[in-house]
Ligand binder design. Structure first.
Ligand code: DGY
Length: 318
């Protein structure tokens, strides 16, 4: 069967573009500009497939307006909260994402966020501008050994974070819709109610999907259940957090701090986070390593090639 022509909506690393070009006749976004929905739809005219990303809202309207040439859609992300899978299914449009290949990279980022808050890195970096020298009082943080890491969402990423937490000699606890089998739990304590997990952990990590059930989950009421020494980490999606509630808790030191890689309304995140010394914030770099980016490209190519050949694929969502 002849090669598919695909539209690549975002500027990709060179090594990913080379892999794409080896597999497809690709039209690349060479500008580095974020494209509007209209621009993406225009770029797709006459193309077989989209190599999309989290920045493109693929809602029912998007699927309705897809040019008739399009036979498959990919998102260069493991998260798919920006994709209306029901609309894709109704249209019979295959959708692919990038599971597994970024799990370790994201788990490493969760540890980076955890350590950065525990060791007060925002304040440490600021202090280096005008450091007066070592004192025993200076920026005493929290040691992780023996503390409880509570993970909300014990899927691939959540379990990979747990593995790292064990390496730091932390106790692992989790909450998810269901208790997992022992081989996946690896001794982690299960809390059916996330509120109970929050009350009993020292580091609370959001590693769940963004769904109608989890949106706005981290609210005032739930934050109030946490220990005053506890840390919140979010490597999942910004909309799981109620910003007003979290910022209030941080400003009033009702928890120790928060490490955040994702935000509501990216890139226009709430600017109040910037002035909180107990917030350590990153620009959604959770999956941003060369290894993960390369793997994400390859698994998405694999899915789109499977769609072309009418074969099953491990990363097919719809
Ligand atoms: C994902 O994969 O969902 C990340 O958030 C974007 O790379």
């Amino acid at each position: 069967m002849s090669r598919w022509s695909i539209f690549v909506a975002a500027k990709m690393p060179d090594y990913v573009e080379r892999d794409i070009a080896a597999a497809f006749d690709a039209t690349f976004n060479t500008t580095g500009e974020k494209l509007t929905t209209d621009q993406v739809l225009k770029g797709l005219e006459g193309k077989d497939a989209l190599f999309g990303n989290v920045g493109i809202k693929m809602d029912a309207d998007f699927f309705a307006r897809l040019p008739s040439s399009v036979k498959a859609v990919g998102t260069y992300s493991v998260g798919y909260d920006h994709v209306d899978l029901a609309a894709a299914k109704a249209k019979g449009m295959p959708v692919f994402n990038t599971p597994d290949v970024l799990t370790d990279t994201v788990a490493e980022c969760a540890m980076l966020l955890t350590l950065s808050v525990a060791r007060r890195i925002t304040e440490s970096v600021a202090l280096m501008q005008n450091w007066k020298g070592w004192t025993p009082l200076q920026l005493n943080g929290m040691e992780l050994v023996g503390k409880t890491m509570g993970i909300f969402g014990f899927g691939r990423v959540g379990r990979a974070i747990a593995e790292r937490g064990r390496g730091f000699r932390m106790q692992i606890a989790y909450s998810d819709l269901n208790k997992l089998p022992p081989d996946l739990e690896q001794g982690a304590a299960y809390y059916p109610k996330p509120e109970d997990l929050m009350a009993n952990c020292d580091v609370f990590i959001l590693a769940c999907n963004s769904t109608p059930e989890t949106r706005g989950f981290l609210n005032r009421e739930r934050l109030a259940k946490m220990k005053p020494t506890a840390i919140v980490v979010n490597i999942a999606r910004g909309d799981i957090v109620n910003d007003d509630a979290l910022i209030e808790a941080l400003a009033q030191n009702r928890i120790m701090g928060a490490g955040l890689d994702v935000f509501n309304n990216e890139p226009n995140y709430d600017p109040r986070y910037r002035s909180l010394p107990n917030a350590f914030i990153l620009p959604h770099i959770g999956s941003s390593t060369v290894e993960a980016r390369r793997g994400m490209g390859r698994i998405l190519i694999e899915g789109l090639l499977a769609a072309k050949d009418g074969k099953p694929a491990r990363n097919r969502l719809a």
